[in-house]
Write a protein that binds this ligand. Structure first.
Ligand code: URA
Length: 235
């Protein structure tokens, strides 16, 4: 027996918290009866519907995608632009991206149909480490990057201290490449952090997410995570 909200999250319907909202707002039926109290426990024999549609008990799948630039991290786009889902047309499970990368950012993006897992990965308390390689305008040095290691303010909120490594400084072209490691995941965070220290980002790539990189993949390719990788992330 498992809690209804957990079953909904596992089925990829929504995060556990959102699933609780769905229950409270009367969207969920069990064996034909509307449920709006939390805490109900159900077994695999029970039929669960959300807005009249039975939830699927599909297998959990986990993919590592090398997101190319010029692609939106979204399951659909009203304007018909290319989304990450266009690369997964042959995957029958109802997967979606864990977090997001900007349209012009490339690199590691995980996709899954495991709502509970996705929720855990995105929760700030889990501090999943993300490593970005940023090509920035200007000459990076210890002085101008120091605020990043103390925690710069973005939109009035102080970020956690980040680690950096200067990869390249081209004084002729006045550009630098800096590797930045963070474990938060705010919108446009890396671009905003570099802007805050006067080094606007020209190009951004996520090299590592939770210890996983795009080794062996070309932009637009993906692979399934193996059991060991999934268990490592879950732990
Ligand atoms: N930070 C950004 O600014 N953009 C991304 O796509 C990811 C992190």
């Amino acid at each position: 027996m498992e809690r209804l909200s957990k079953v909904l999250a596992h089925a990829g319907v929504a995060s556990r918290r959102k699933a609780e909202e769905l229950i409270a707002n009367g969207h969920v039926k069990v064996n034909g009866a509307m449920i709006n109290a939390q805490g109900m426990k159900i077994s695999s024999a029970d039929v669960v519907e959300v807005d009249g549609i039975p939830i699927s008990k599909e297998n959990k799948v986990y993919f590592l995608f090398y997101k190319p630039r010029g692609v939106i991290t979204s399951v659909s786009d009203e304007l018909g632009r290319k989304t990450v889902m266009d690369f997964f047309v042959h995957v029958k499970e109802r997967i979606y991206p864990i977090g997001r990368l900007d349209w012009d950012t490339s690199g590691v993006l995980l996709l899954t149909n495991d709502g509970e897992f996705a929720h855990q990965m995105m929760h700030p308390s889990h501090e999943i480490e993300k490593v970005y390689a940023a090509k920035v305008e200007g000459l990076a040095n210890k002085e101008n990057l120091r605020p990043l290691t103390k925690g710069v303010k973005i939109d009035g909120i102080k970020m956690c201290p980040a680690r950096y490594e200067i990869i390249q400084v081209d004084s002729t072209r006045k550009i630098s490449v800096v590797r930045l490691t963070i474990h938060e995941g705010r919108n446009h965070q890396v671009k905003k952090m570099f802007s805050a220290v006067g080094l606007p980002v020209q190009k951004l790539r996520r090299e590592v997410y939770g210890g996983l990189d795009v080794k062996g993949l070309r932009p637009g390719e993906y692979r399934a995570l193996n059991k060991k990788e999934i268990n490592l992330l879950k732990s």
